[in-house]
Design a protein around this ligand. Structure first.
Ligand code: 4AD
Ligand code: MG
Length: 431
């Protein structure tokens, strides 16, 4: 048997005979030649079967192949400048593994519900594959950034006794006799980890029982949450812009073909380099009012507000110093103006919305205790979190990056449902 290879590596085998395990993506025939569009997950290659040059069995096997049939194909790799990949295979042998009948996803237009019901198969399409490759590159670049900048990766728990981001959208479950919730954010635990390790980050799934059916909301999504001891709000913003620049530039360097497959306008990404613009919440309100939006000081922004603000910039923009009234209990008030907090949301360009939420945390135990009371949070369940202020409290800051919104932005996708292999949305738990 010839050497096994994968499509991605055929450039190393020009002039050689190789075997590739693959599926039929498409097929056409001219009577004397069959052109097999083959995919193996690593890429695409055309296999050319010439009737006069192969045994009859090989010709007949090629003829029997249907869309998404699986096979081992044997052949000689040739350079082919006219092909998109630059290579082609002259087929010499075919071992059919499985003949597929009536593959449901065809070249016809399919509705979103149909595609979502067949998500397990839809993943095989070129665009969906490219999105998952880019997602993996983003995760790799995230970890590289933090690993190279002195952070230690720490894993917070998934099952928790309390809430981190408000009690309205918690997923409840029983933990034997006790009540438990799926984590909304690892932050509070990451604060404990930062007091043990200095600079830490987590990467894991988070859950929000949000009754919102928007292009930006998932019920289960993945978050990257760095937390930094001895770091103030301003220093945290610098980390955030360097971090996002690194991630975007890594995707540009390593995923050219995939960005093309998803149809992304690359020029929009090339410019994503630190520093990023900043405006305060006050300035944002004024800007919106000037644009005839009816929004008063003290109200939170919705998607249309964020989009209007983002449109002014060709990079992500930080909106800082939101009113304490609608932000999380743990955010540190601005010492000069306690009605606003030392926080920032990073809004992606082109209408992709908030990708990062972050803040400096309250380090004063008395103030934190006050906040617990204001938010009706039981001090008993948060005693461990109070301990972080009781024993060697320090200024510290952190933030959370939503992975799926980041993938949507970098890939230029309309909806977050295509950014995760099996999306969990308001009305969908299948497949
Ligand atoms: O702004 P959020 O709620 O912040 C936190 O959870 C903080 N505890 C993070 C921290 O400081 N460690 O969420 C952070 C990010 C958002 O900016 C958004 O990108 C994403 O998580 N996100 C969602 N993504 C998809 N679907 C949802 N339902 C999301 N909710 C938040
Ligand atoms: Mg937020």
């Amino acid at each position: 048997m010839a050497n096994k290879s994968v499509i991605k590596n055929v450039n190393e085998h020009v002039g050689e005979t190789v075997v590739i395990g693959c599926w039929v993506n498409n097929k056409r025939s001219s009577g004397k030649i069959q052109f097999l569009q083959l995919r193996d997950g690593t890429g695409y290659i055309q296999g050319v079967v010439v009737k006069s040059e192969v045994p009859e069995q090989v010709w007949d096997d090629a003829k029997s192949l249907t869309q998404e049939s699986s096979l081992y194909v044997t052949g000689v790799i040739r350079e082919e400048p006219r092909s998109q990949s630059g290579f082609e295979m002259t087929v010499t042998g075919i071992e059919v593994l499985h003949l597929t009948e009536n593959y449901p996803i065809t070249n016809k237009e399919h509705g979103v519900d149909f595609l979502m019901d067949h998500r397990h198969l839809w993943l095989r399409s070129a665009k969906q594959r490219a999105v998952l490759v880019i997602r993996a590159e983003i995760i790799r670049a995230v970890q590289q950034f933090f690993d190279q900048n002195g952070f230690t990766m720490v894993d917070p728990p998934i099952l928790t006794p309390t809430s981190a981001e408000g009690t309205t959208n918690l997923f409840h479950t029983k933990y034997f006799e006790e009540d438990a919730y799926l984590t909304q954010s690892g932050q509070l635990y990451m604060e404990a980890a930062a007091m043990a390790l200095g600079k830490v980050y987590s990467f894991g799934p988070t859950f929000r029982a949000e009754k919102s059916k928007t292009r930006r909301h998932l019920i289960e999504f993945w978050m990257i949450e760095p937390e930094m001891a001895f770091t103030d709000h301003e220093e945290s913003l610098k980390v955030q812009e360097e971090f996002i620049s690194h991630v975007v530039q890594s995707v540009l360097t390593n995923c050219r073909a995939e960005l093309e497959a998803v149809g992304r306008d690359i020029s929009k990404l090339e410019n994503i380099k630190a520093p990023f613009p900043r405006i305060t919440y006050d300035e944002a309100i004024k800007f919106l009012n000037d644009k005839e939006f009816e929004i008063a000081w003290g109200e939170d922004f919705g998607a249309p507000h964020e989009t209007a603000i983002a449109q002014e910039y060709d990079k992500p923009v930080f909106i800082t110093h939101y009113p304490a009234s609608f932000k999380a209990f743990y955010m540190k008030p601005d010492p000069n103006r306690p009605e606003v907090v030392l926080c920032a949301d990073m809004i992606a360009p082109e209408g992709y919305g908030e990708i990062i939420g972050g803040s400096q945390r309250i380090d004063d135990p008395a103030l934190l205790e006050e906040r617990f009371k204001e938010h009706n949070l039981s001090l008993d369940t948060y005693k461990w979190y109070m301990d972080l202020r009781t024993y060697g409290s320090v200024p510290h800051s952190g933030f959370g990056l939503g992975l799926e919104r980041t993938v949507a932005w970098i890939c230029g996708l309309d909806h977050v449902r295509e950014t995760i292999p099996f999306p969990r949305t308001l009305y969908r738990l299948y497949p």
